[in-house]
Design a binder for this molecule. Structure first.
Ligand SMILES: [Zn+2]
Length: 445
C-alpha cells in the first residue's frame, strides 16, 4: 500500500541538502520509496498537503522525561544548587509517576515534530522497579521511537559527589541492570523503535571506575554511550579540584573518547577539546534553552560544526527547560549562536539540520533523519497557511525564524502519530490530567 504526500516543499536533509519546493514523497508502508519535484508517481493514496513544508521527523538527543513532574523549581539557581534542591524531590520517582511523566514529555515532543527521543534516566531509588519499562511503554503507546538509557549515579555526597548518599547505587547493580534491560528491550538495525544506551550521569555524580566499566559494557553489548559534560564553569572548577584536569581530559583518561560516545552540553570547550572531539568522533547534544535557563553559557556550535564534530539538539529535562519542544530548540540554537557569533553564525537551514540529520548522526542511526529513498518514513509536516508565515517566500527559513509551531502531521515508520495537530493514539487532555495527579506527589510543601 503506497501513499503519496503531494503538493509540498520537501526539505530532504540528504548529503546535498536537496529541497523540492513543489515536491512529493512516496511512501510504501514504513519506508520512503522516492522523493522528488517532477511529475508525481502513482500511488494507492494521494494526500494533498496544500503547500506544507515536509522535513524529516526531528530527533531529540538529550532529555530527562521524569523532570516534567518538577517544573519551575530553583528558578534562579546555578546547576549545582539546582541539582541539590531537586535530587531529594526526584527520590520520590516510581514507575507510575515515570509513566505519566514520559507520556507528557513524549506527547509534547511529538507535537513539536519529534519522532525519535533519547532519554537519559539516572535516578533509580532503591526498590523502585520498572522505570525504564514505563517510559518504553509510553513511547510504544504514542508511536514514537525511543532510545532509553539506563543511567547511573554511584558517587554520593560523603565521597565528594553531588547527589545524596541514599540516591546512589552499587556499581555491580548498575551494570547488571543495564545488561538485563539491553537483553530485554534493545533492537538493532534499521527501523528500530526501542533501543537502550549506557549513560552514567556525570563526572561529579559517578566514580571513575563506573565510568570505565560503563564504557566497557557499552563496547561489549554494542550500545551507545552518553554522559553530561562541561556544562558549567562550576563543573570545570570541580573537575580541576577533584581530578586535576579539565572535564574532557578526564574523559580521555577514562577511555571515553570514541566514536560511539556523545556528551550533553559541552558549553565550556577549548579549541584543543573541539579538535579532540573531531578526531575521536565524539558527538555533542546541544541544549541551548536549558543552558540559557541555567545561565551556563552557550556551546560553541559554529566551531564544533566547522571542525566536523557531530552535533544534535536536545530539549534537556523539563526542570531546566520547561518547554519540551524540539522545534523551539532549532530556533534557539540559531538565536544563541547569533547572540555570540553575529548574524551569519548559523543559518536557518543549518539549525534545522542539527535537529534532524544531526540528531540521527548522534544516535548513529542511518535509517532516519533524512527524507530519502530507503529511509524510514519519519516525516514532520508543517502547515504554512497560518498567520505567522504570511508574507514569507522562503517558507523553510520562515518556519525556523517564527518557531515554535505545533506540527500538523507527524508520521513515524509510515504510521500517523499526529494528525491535524492532535495526537492520533492518545488523548492529550487525559495525559495532562493524569500527569497533574502524579505531579502533586512531588509538590513543594
Ligand atoms: Zn541533562
Amino acid at each position: 500500500m503506497t501513499r503519496l504526500f503531494a503538493n509540498c516543499w520537501v526539505v530532504t536533509m540528504d548529503d546535498a541538502s536537496s529541497e523540492h519546493p513543489s515536491g512529493w514523497v512516496l511512501v510504501d508502508e514504513g519506508t520512503i520509496v522516492d522523493v522528488g519535484g517532477g511529475p508525481e508517481p502513482l500511488a494507492h493514496e494521494r494526500i494533498d498537503l496544500h503547500g506544507a513544508v515536509v522535513t524529516p521527523g526531528l530527533v531529540n538527543t538529550h532529555h530527562h522525561l521524569y523532570q516534567t513532574l518538577t517544573r519551575a523549581r530553583a528558578q534562579q539557581a546555578d546547576l549545582f544548587t539546582w541539582l541539590r534542591e531537586l535530587y531529594p524531590v526526584w527520590a520520590g520517582i516510581d514507575a507510575e509517576a515515570e509513566y505519566a511523566a514520559a507520556r507528557t514529555g513524549l506527547a509534547e515532543l511529538a507535537l513539536s515534530g519529534c519522532s525519535t527521543v533519547f532519554d537519559h534516566h539516572y535516578v533509580f531509588p532503591r526498590g523502585r522497579d520498572g522505570l525504564i519499562e514505563a517510559e518504553v511503554q509510553a513511547a510504544r503507546e504514542l508511536g514514537v521511537r525511543i532510545v532509553a538509557s539506563r543511567g547511573s549515579m554511584d558517587l554520593g555526597a560523603s565521597d565528594g559527589g553531588l547527589p545524596p548518599d541514599d540516591l546512589v547505587e552499587d556499581l555491580d547493580d548498575v551494570l547488571a541492570e543495564t545488561e538485563r534491560l539491553a537483553g530485554a528491550l534493545h533492537e538493532a538495525g534499521p527501523g528500530s523503535r526501542v533501543q537502550i544506551a549506557v549513560a552514567p550521569c556525570s563526572p561529579f555524580s559517578v566514580t571513575g571506575r563506573l565510568m570505565e566499566e560503563s564504557a566497557a559494557l557499552a563496547l561489549r553489548l554494542r550500545l551507545l554511550l552518553h554522559t553530561h559534560l562541561a556544562e558549567t564553569v562550576e563543573e570545570d572548577a570541580y573537575c580541576h579540584e577533584l581530578y586535576g584536569c579539565t572535564p574532557v581530559e578526564y574523559l580521555e583518561g577514562l577511555g571515553w573518547l570514541t566514536h560511539d560516545v556523545w556528551c550533553a552540553h559541552c558549553v565550556h570547550l577549548s579549541d584543543a577539546d573541539i579538535g579532540t572531539f573531531a578526531q575521536t568522533g565524539v558527538g555533542v547534544a546541544h541544549c541551548p534553552t536549558s543552558n540559557l535557563r541555567i545561565g551556563a553559557g552557550v556551546a560553541p556550535v559554529r566551531r564544533l560544526v566547522d571542525a566536523g564534530v557531530r552535533v544534535g539538539l536536545g530539549v534537556d529535562g523539563s526542570a531546566s527547560n520547561e518547554r519540551g519542544d524540539l522545534f523551539l530548540e532549532v530556533k534557539q540554537a540559531l538565536l544563541a549562536a547569533r547572540g555570540i557569533g553575529g548574524p551569519t553564525a548559523l543559518t536557518a537551514r543549518e539549525a534545522l539540520r542539527l535537529g534532524t540529520r544531526g540528531g540521527a548522526e548522534i544516535l548513529r542511526r542511518n535509517d532516519i533523519g533524512q527524507v530519502a529513498p530507503g529511509k524510514q518514513a519519519d516525516l514532520a509536516i508543517w502547515s504554512t497557511d497560518g498567520l505567522e508565515l504570511g508574507g514569507a517566500d522562503d517558507r523553510v527559513a520562515a518556519l525556523v525564524f517564527s518557531g515554535p509551531h505545533r506540527v500538523d502531521r507527524l508520521v513515524v515508520g509510515g504510521e500517523d502519530v499526529v494528525r491535524g495537530g492532535a495526537l492520533v493514539r492518545a488523548d492529550e487532555s487525559e495525559i495532562a490530567r493524569d500527569h497533574r495527579v502524579q505531579a502533586r506527589r512531588f509538590a513543594s510543601a
